[in-house]
Design a protein around this ligand. Structure first.
Ligand code: SGN
Ligand code: CA
Length: 520
């Protein structure tokens, strides 16, 4: 080849690699922290929280806090599937935990991020059953995972038990991966905690925390579910011995208890090494003996269970907050804060005694909402509160846009980048979100339902073994205690909401209403 041509080619080549490097450096990194069952009521940046979460608050203070952040299906696997595909459950195929196996051959956001030149890694809870695809590295918990000495499945197919408390172990692994990554390329790291999932086993250093604190009952704690038969028929009540177990959930256990749930409880606690086990039981035996010496019944027992539940949940959350602080410190110490999008969210919200419940699943506010705070990379100037309605299907297109990658047409979420770029919100945004929950019959017995929420109203249809509509005016009844469906005063609103529901079902291509009409 002619000498000049060779020289020219090598100059072009050189220019190309310099410009690729420059591009790589300007593309923001993404650290996506998703917890399990951590709800906004238990984060001090959301106000009225009985626990302080200073490290999470820092993310919100230095970045943005979404006040209307919703899931599309309030359950772990389905939520995770929505997040990595940017599609609703009926499109990504993972509708429920019980029978779902995620089809890993489909298009996912991590795969598209790889194509955009990102290194991708996933650490922690996966819960989508099939082997993860689209990750250069993964190290995941088995199923729900364990709090003490958890078992991990590594990306070479092997498994091992890792010593330590789950939230610490996941954070250590996340930091270790960032240490050894290729530092010339941008990365997206998914840190998926097990905390604060049931049965809320604390780090031993926090065994005694919150024991002096008495928690106020939410105003809806003694709800009688009038006008809401699906709410009445759930099995997630703190007051029910069947739903919330005194041993398994509240750890009121003394040696000799042999029920199925005490065996399960022991299986988890006995993962602790012997010395730690002693420390654990010293504390809990004394609580259990006190309880057995003064047994409670009726409302007193329910309130006792609520206090124990709140304390355990707070202990687990405290360690979570500290570990997020540790991860932030790593980013700061390594000069990564400037050009990294840090997202903190949960796979759904949770009931902290509202309506007398724990768990999630319902389209009511506490579990439809999921916390969402972000610290933004350079070039994204929004700060403070974002009130627009956003959903977990929006993360995929957001990350793709930030990575400068095209957003495929079949992604159903909307990129949040326009909300994050400037100081103000764009004029036009979505006016409603769509929801569909499928797991019934199943644990906690929450009936199948779908619905829409606008900034003021919510319309829900419970179906399958029930045919019940509910309508709420969130402005006058934020706790959703008064089902207004059929009320003459709301006839116009009801009609409008039905119309908007049909439009959204058409837009998202969810055939449910047509299928139900066909069955009737
Ligand atoms: C487990 C829990 C349930 C919980 C589901 C789903 N029971 O089955 O209380 O609703 O997970 O949670 S337990 O006895 O195993 O703790 S999810 O967040 O993974 O969807
Ligand atoms: Ca969850």
């Amino acid at each position: 080849m002619d000498k000049h041509i060779i020289l020219k080619l090598s100059i072009i080549n050189c220019q190309l690699s310099i410009s690729t490097m420059a591009m790589a450096q300007t593309k923001p990194n993404i650290v996506y922290i998703m917890t399990d069952d951590h709800t906004a009521q238990m984060m001090s940046c959301y106000g009225n929280s009985p626990i302080q979460t200073p490290n999470l608050d820092r993310i919100a203070q230095e970045g943005v806090r979404f006040t209307h952040s919703f899931v599309a299906n309030s359950l772990s696997g389905p939520s995770r599937a929505c997040m990595i595909t940017g599609k609703l459950s009926h499109k990504n195929g993972f509708t429920n935990n019980e029978h779902g196996i995620f089809d890993g051959s489909q298009q996912t956001m991590p795969k598209l991020m790889q194509l955009a030149g990102y290194q991708t890694a996933l650490i922690g809870k996966w819960h989508l059953v099939s082997t993860p695809t689209g990750f250069d590295h993964y190290d995941i918990l088995e199923g729900q995972g364990e709090y003490y000495n958890p078992t991990f499945i590594h990306d070479d197919g092997t498994r091992s038990i890792e010593k330590g408390y789950c939230t610490d172990v996941i954070t250590d692994k996340a930091i270790r991966w960032m240490e050894q990554r290729d530092k010339s390329e941008p990365f997206i790291l998914f840190v998926h905690h097990k905390a604060c999932h049931r049965d809320w086993l604390p780090d031993l250093k926090d065994l005694h925390a919150f024991e002096d604190q008495t928690f106020s009952l939410p105003s809806t704690f003694w709800d009688n579910y009038e006008g809401r038969p699906a709410a009445r028929q759930q099995e997630m009540a703190i007051g029910s011995s069947h739903d919330m177990d005194l041993i398994y959930d509240n750890k009121i256990y003394l040696p000799g208890d042999t029920s199925r749930l005490s065996r399960l409880y022991l299986d988890y606690v006995n993962r602790l090494p012997e010395e730690d086990r002693k420390t654990y039981f010293q504390f809990h035996d004394s609580l259990s003996r006190d309880f057995k010496a003064h047994p409670l019944t009726g409302r007193e027992l329910t309130e006792f269970k609520f206090q124990r539940y709140m304390r355990d949940y707070c202990k687990v959350t405290k360690s979570l907050d500290e570990n997020v602080g540790r991860l932030m410190q790593y980013l700061q110490d390594n000069g990564l804060l400037e050009n990294t999008l840090i997202v903190y969210t949960s796979d759904q919200g949770f009931y902290m005694g509202e309506h007398g419940w724990f768990d999630k699943r319902f389209m009511y506010e506490e579990s439809l909402n999921t916390p969402l705070i972000m610290r933004l990379p350079q070039g994204y100037n929004r700060r403070g509160i974002v009130n627009e309605m956003v959903q977990n299907i929006d993360y995929a297109p957001t990350f793709l846009e930030m990575a400068g990658a095209p957003i495929p047409d079949d992604i159903q979420g909307m990129s949040l980048a326009p909300l994050l770029k400037g100081k103000d919100s764009p004029k036009k945004w979505r006016d409603a979100i769509y929801y569909h929950y499928y797991e019934f019959p199943a644990e906690h017995m929450v009936k199948r339902h779908y619905g829409i929420r606008t900034s003021r109203y919510k319309l829900i249809h419970f179906y399958q073994d029930i045919d019940q509509w509910e309508l709420y005016d969130l402005q006058t009844d934020p706790s959703e205690m008064h089902n207004l469906y059929g009320s003459p005063a709301y006839a116009k609103v009801q009609k409008r909401m039905h119309k908007r529901l049909r439009q959204l079902q058409e837009y998202y291509d969810d055939p449910i209403e047509k299928e139900l009409k066909h069955i009737q």
